[in-house]
Design a protein around this ligand. Sequence first.
Ligand code: CAA
Length: 260
Amino acid sequence: MGYQYVLYEEVDHVAWVTVNREKALNAINADVLKELQEVFGAISQNQEIRVAVITGAGDKAFIAGADIAAMAQMTPDQAAAFCLLGHKTMSQIQDCRVPVIASVNGFCLGGGLELALSCDFIYASNKAKLGLPEVNLSLFPGFGGTQRLTQLVGPGRAKEIIFSARLLSAEEAREWGIVNKITAPEALKTEVAKTAQEIASKGPVAVSLAKRVINKGLAQTLDNGLKIERDHFTDCFRAEDLKEGLTAFLEKRRPRFQGR
Ligand code: CAA
């Protein structure tokens, strides 16, 4: 796969996706969004991939937000199209067949944090700064941040982050439940790879179904969520991997999952 703004690599069932606009701190323009859609579409189709990781090029930024220079030229209609493109891209990442880890290696601002919030969870370098500073520009988050951040941390904390435009340290973001784990900058890739490998070694069908059930259940009542769980629980029994998982346990050996 060759892209202008995205680097792509597959290592041991893990897809590494790097937004590569280092000079603009990996700011997201429409072309970046389109390429990310292509990449995550391809990852969802590729049965060899069990986990994806997204990060930013260089050691300064994950993604410093939507491209401010591009937005400065937009009419309201073009801004609506950009917002929709952003929403589709973030939803595609959220709905990706495999777990997606955001590896936040620096500034993670505006549309960058919104992208990270579309991932399944976030690991961050202790140097990272996270925030939704759009109101500094007389704008508010337009790639899903008003909704996803509120779901994750609750309306009080989401409103404080969005209204104040304050940047959180990695430590604060962990305390607020936005970041799962913090590492030294030089250890981030190794820690993310370790967790990615751990997940990749599990039954891929079950991991994908668990992701789907959790995401589908988010906007549901408990009863509806349990129905979704029941519907998909039985799907595990339709896959060959479950037989392998149960048999391997009983034979006291490691399972060899095929992803089907
Ligand atoms: N869009 C376009 N270019 C950006 C950018 C962005 N979001 N963020 C940084 N850049 C560019 C800068 O313009 C600069 O380019 P030049 O070298 O050509 O001047 C380069 O990246 C390096 O940035 P700085 O010189 O500003 O670096 P710094 O270390 O002084 O500051 C920073 C770093 C605090 C992250 C600062 O760059 C900054 O505040 N960036 C903007 C953050 C922001 O407001 N993000 C929200 C964008 S709006 C949005 O995301 C809308 C949405 O929800 C969809």
